[in-house]
Design a protein around this ligand. Structure first.
Ligand code: ACO
Length: 402
């Protein structure tokens, strides 16, 4: 019901809102969140219901196309995804050029960008079918690209996708199969991964999604826009927090498990230390995703008889932080990244792959936003203003007189 032309007529005044705390960059039909009440819904469906009843591919369909799929729609979507899981053999050669210890997020963003050199026939996007083909390619190839980055880092041969497997099972197969041995996929692991991907799938105008929309607003192609989103996600204040959080928990464990010491350190501004996995720009109540993940983490560790000291430190840290005035006053609760790393560890996923998994989960959200942005009747290039604070006009002194 918003009259976009009226809003546009009001664009004369420039306001400064660093970090965009109060600035809505767009209207959107995709994700609703109420940070005060801890509510998150994709296309109107509660995250708790989606996590309990759907698989990730179904949720991806919902985000991208706007409705939950009927059985035949889902089957056709899965079929299309299976058509595109392989990487062109020439793409695999890029991996030879990356250093062995390259961060997999750098590889992921580079190879996703490189997809636009292979599918340049459909980058004009005049035909919605071209967009859909690129959507399928991305959704299908990102797990392959990601697992190849892992295999490269450990010096093992890349494992081709196996299309008889489901989305999560296939990823685990490509991550952990080795030619010399039989690898059996543990359904509990696939289920945990499925859940993590669902809770990461969208989160309205976060830093990486806004980046995808920003880049896409110049009519940059889908691969380029998603690659930019992956770069934005990498930072430790955003998706990189899951890696940073587990590194922090490890550090506390190695330091004798003195949780209180680190809580105190986080409270001192000049320490430069923050409790990773705590706080959120929008949630000023418990992050609903963190609740779901914590419960899943509990179930997984118990069912697999895993005693991870990191999990105990996380629980202790949560308790101390939730009862400490500093955290209560600032409404700093565990966020989605706080327990996800513990689950990834239990699945045998190395820490540098954590943010890559976040990217795999967020992919359908990014795609949905890119499509929504392109189809918006009020679409314009995103071009924020600024308030200039530099020097006023000054005379120029020639170089020999400076
Ligand atoms: N540890 C200690 N203090 C914190 C923390 C933390 N994790 N987070 C915020 N604070 C304090 C700040 O110092 C500030 O205190 P002040 O009011 O006394 O100055 C206050 O809480 C508000 O913090 P801001 O940085 O202004 O909040 P902002 O909304 O800009 O940042 C952010 C949100 C980036 C998530 C922040 O809480 C943070 O750095 N958390 C740790 C990193 C993290 O977990 N990121 C993942 C976010 S979720 C996601 O992207 C998937």
């Amino acid at each position: 019901g918003l009259d976009i032309s009226k809003l546009r007529a009001q664009t004369k005044a420039v306001t400064v809102d660093e970090g965009f705390v109060n600035t809505g960059s767009t209207t959107s039909d995709i994700t609703f969140l109420d940070g005060e009440k801890g509510v998150l819904r994709y296309r109107g469906y509660a995250i708790e219901d989606l996590a309990a009843h759907c698989d990730f591919v179904e949720v991806a369909y919902l985000l991208i196309y706007g409705e939950l799929p009927k059985l035949e729609d889902l089957e056709s979507f899965r079929h299309n995804l299976r058509q595109h899981t392989m990487l062109h053999e020439d793409i695999t050669k890029f991996y030879d050029g990356f250093q062995h210890d390259a961060h997999p997020m750098a590889i992921l963003s580079s190879v996703v960008m490189a997809l636009s050199t292979f599918y340049n026939d459909s980058l004009g996007f005049d035909d919605p079918k071209d967009i859909d083909r690129c959507v399928m390619r991305l959704m299908a190839k990102v797990p392959t690209i990601a697992s190849y980055a892992h295999k490269k880092s450990i010096g093992q041969p890349m494992v081709y996708p196996k299309n008889s497997l489901g989305y999560c099972e296939n990823f685990l197969h490509m991550m952990f199969s080795v030619p010399a041995e039989e690898y059996e996929i543990d359904p509990v692991h696939a289920e945990a991964l499925n859940l993590l991907l669902i809770v990461h799938a969208d989160h309205e105008q976060n830093c990486s999604t806004s980046t995808v929309r920003m880049v896409g607003s110049s009519d940059a192609n889908l691969f380029a826009s998603i690659s930019a989103g992956i770069c934005a996600l990498w930072g430790p204040l955003h998706g990189g927090a899951n890696e940073a959080c587990v590194s922090m928990l490890e550090r506390i464990r190695e330091d004798g498990g003195n949780v209180a010491k680190y809580v105190e350190m986080a409270k001192k501004k000049d320490s430069g230390f923050r409790l990773m996995g705590f706080g959120h720009r929008v949630y000023k109540n418990y992050d609903p995703r963190a609740k779901i993940i914590k419960a899943a983490c509990d179930r997984l560790l118990q069912s697999q008889q895993i005693h991870d000291p990191i999990f105990h430190i996380a629980q202790e840290l949560e308790q101390v932080a939730l009862t400490d005035d500093y955290f209560i006053e600032r409404k700093l609760y565990p966020n989605v990244d706080f327990y996800s790393g513990v689950i990834y560890r239990a699945l045998g996923i190395p820490v540098e792959m954590f943010t890559v998994l976040f990217a795999m989960g967020r992919l359908p959200g990014w795609i949905a936003h890119w499509i929504e942005m392109r189809n918006s009747p009020g679409k314009r290039i995103n071009r924020p203003r600024q308030v200039y604070t530099g020097p006023t006009k000054r005379p120029l002194t020639p170089i020999e007189q400076r």
